[in-house]
Each structure stands twice: as structure tokens, then as C-alpha cells.
Design a protein around this ligand. Sequence first.
Ligand code: 6PG
Length: 512
Amino acid sequence: MATKTTKRTQASADIGVFGLGVMGQNLILNIADHGYTVSAHSAVSKEVTGFARKIKADAEPSADRVLGISNLKDFIKSLKRPRKIIILVPAGRVTDLVIDSLTPLLQKDDIIIDSGNAQWTDTIRRENALAKKNIHFVGNGVSGGETGARFGPSLMMGGSKHAWRSLKPIWTAIAAKVDRKTGKPYEDASPGKPVKGGEACTTHVGPDGAGHYVKMVHNGIEYIDMQLICEAYMLMKTVLGMKPDEMGKVFTRWNKGVLDSFLIEITADILKQRDPANKKNFFVDKVLDTAGQKGTGKWTAINALDMGIPANAIAEAVFARCISAIKDERVIASKKLKGPKKRYTGSKPALVKAIHDALYCSKICAYAQGFQLMAEAQNEYNWKLNFGKIAKIFRGGCIIRAGFLQKITQAYEKNPKLQNLMLDPYFKKALHDGQRNWRKVAALAAEHGVPTPAFMSALSYFDGYRTAVLPANLLQAQRDYFGAHTYERTDKKRGQFFHIDWPEPGRPQLKM
Ligand code: 6PG
């Protein structure tokens, strides 16, 4: 890696990366592994030299194609035109500051690509502002964590078609690859040896904030996916008294069936892992039960509420992290608030199978909610999202990659206007087949006092969605009673509103 601006660095780089955190560093090496020259820059010059030292020490095969440049003007000069600059810096104010520092140095048709987890509304604002200066701004959702960035992430690109045409060759090269027919990810990349062939997990999702929006929903699904797995673990641990390694084997088995996914796979690994501090203990038992969150799940839940989309399971997954975070309060309450003292005496394999089915059915609901959100957002923001393509790029590289995304892809390819994933014949059958066990698990959790908000809210979603007449008739009557909010009638056409002059509470009932 060259660390100074030399003649060689004059407009010789195919792309630049501003921000040398974990994601930035790994993305740079991934791009370089595909034969592109990358300029690496950070506002902290120590990070540039540190990165140069690191890739030398690690004998990174593509280190020669990485130019470390501490001076911002030299960094810009090092890029071929139209310049492509990926920024990977903290979302919010820092992103705006970085954009402000770059803009005066850029020219017509240059492209700034924000690859952090930015809020899509910020991306829309930034895209509008930069379009006025003839600079393309791309909101690029990146999923897959450190390993994904290094060997193939899922890339959700949002921005102009012009920008997509410029970025497509690099994006297609560096994204995760899946088998065209089966949708199974290729996972055998290593430094300097990226995978060849297959279908790239990247697409032009839509204009302005569409890429970041889809990434946010990906994260909302990630939250609920993780929470569902945790609830399955909690039930096996508390109701069946299973040890982590035994549960690990169950997850390994599940990973060979319909639940096959990255999150199930890593759960199996985690449960089998011993504590490095004392090999007698299981690692998971030593991890404090308080979950952190950076905000993308919360944004998804807030947006669901804003748009009026019933993504209750996704929201529950966020709240589950919130309740986990009040550890001290829970410890005190655990000594004061009593629950049932019930022992499970049924068959262990039968309950494990029931938990499997509850997890699978809930997962279908979670994805259905995520896709419902995207369907509504496209109306709100005038995007034309292709759900088949979105499901396709979730099949590899990203955190929620799972075998059943191939089925989601097929569902939307068959019917791009599918109203709800649960109505697709494949998923409808899966829900019909699994719901008996799903209900059994929800009832058992309630009877045993085991918190399973994700299983239960997903089940409520399923039941709510399939119920033609909900009790909202009574609710609407209540609204009309206390606030003259009016109501529609079952025996009149929709859109006509009525009101009754209700008596004051406690006064005699109206005479009709
Ligand atoms: C991904 C992840 C990633 C996310 C982390 C942490 O797709 O690679 O979604 O973008 O930032 O998983 O998220 P939380 O801290 O909110 O759990």
C-alpha cells in the first residue's frame, strides 16, 4: 500500500473510501481483491498509516492496489473521473460534515456513496441537495458485518440510474454470490481469492432513500429473527432444562431444514462454545442478558407506526431488547412478582419440534411484516420496489440470509403484486401445517410464565390478519361515544360516516 501522494496516485484509483473503521477497511480489501485500485482516506491521519501497517503485516495479497492518502485534496485527486467515493462514517451529523468537506472538491457527475446505516429520510434530503450541484448521492445499504464487507456483502443501492450504471461493475464484483438455481450462498472466498460466478447479491433498489430504507427493514427483520431464536432457546432452557451444547445440536439439525439460515448457524456455534475464561462453563451462560441496539430496529418500528402498518412482531423485538436492558429492575421484580410454578411433563422431542414450528411460522410473519412495510413505503415515496429482486439480494451476504429467501423470491417472481407473503401458497401451507404446534408453544409459554413476545405477537398478527370481523366495531363505537369520532356501518357503503348523540356517561340511555 502506498501511503503518500505520488505520481502513481494521480487519478489512478477506481474508487475511494472515506472512513477506515472495520467496515471501511474490509470493503477496501474486498474491492482491491477484485482488481480495482482503491484510495483509502480517513479524517484521522493515524488511521491511514495504521491501516497501511496492518495490511502489510497481514500480507494482504491485494495491498498493492490500496493507496493510503491522508490529505483530503490528494485523496480526491487520486480518483479517476467520474469520482466514486464511498463514505463509511457514523450516521447523522458526521455524515453531513464529511459530505460538506467533499462537495467543494467534486465535479459534475461525481458520486458520493453513503454505505453506513443512515436514516432513509436523511438520504433523500442529501440526494436532493447534491443533485442541485450535479453530484450523485447514493444511499447504499450494506449488510453482512465484517466478514460480509471483506468477502461479499449484500448491497442495496439507492440512487440515480446514472450512478448505478457507474457503480454496477464494482458492486457486482464485490457483492456476495449465490447459486443461480438454488439461491445457496457461495462461501469459499479467502484473501486475494474472491468467489467466481453465481448471482451477485446487489441491485439498484430504487431512487434516493430506497436503498437505505430496504436496509433498515432488513435490520428490523434481523431484530425479530434474532428474538425468535432467543425465545426458542429460552423455552428449551427453562421448560425443558436443556444445556447449551444440547440446544446447539438442535440448532445444527434445524439448520439443515426449512430454518436453514446464517442466524441459526451462528446460534448453534455460540451454544456449543465454551467460556474462554473457564472451559468448564458454556460461554453463553456467562454473557449478561442485556441487549444493545444502535437504532435501525427502532426506526423500523417507528416507521411502521407512522405508516400504520401492523409490524407488531418487529416492534416487539425492539421492546424485548428494551426490557432486557432494565436488568437491575428485573432482578428486583423477580423476587417480588410471582409467576406460575408449573413443570412440563410431556415429551421432550415433541416440544422441541413444536418450538421449531413456532419459530418457522413466526418467522414467516416477520418477513411478511417487513415486506408489507416496503410495499407501503414505495407508495409513500413513489418508489417502484421489486420484491422478487429484494428477496434475491437477501439470499447471500447479509445477516438475514436464509434458505427460505429462495421461496420468498419465487413467491414474488410468481406474483409481483402478492398482497401478503402469508397468502403465497407455499407459505400458506407452512402456516397451516405449523400453526397447531405454534399455538401449543404460545399457550405453554403463557402457562409456564416464559416471556415469548415475538412468538405471541407474530401469532396475534396471523390471527388478526385472517379474522374478517375484529372487535374494532366496539372500539369505533367507543370513539363515537366519547369524542363524536363517527363510525361506518356494516349495512351501508364504505366511506359514509355516522354519529349518534350519546348521553353523558351515567345518564339514561338514548331512546332509539
Ligand atoms: C448488518 C447489520 C448491521 C448492524 C448490526 C448491529 O446487516 O450487517 O444489520 O448493519 O449494524 O447488526 O445492529 P444493532 O446494534 O442495532 O443490533
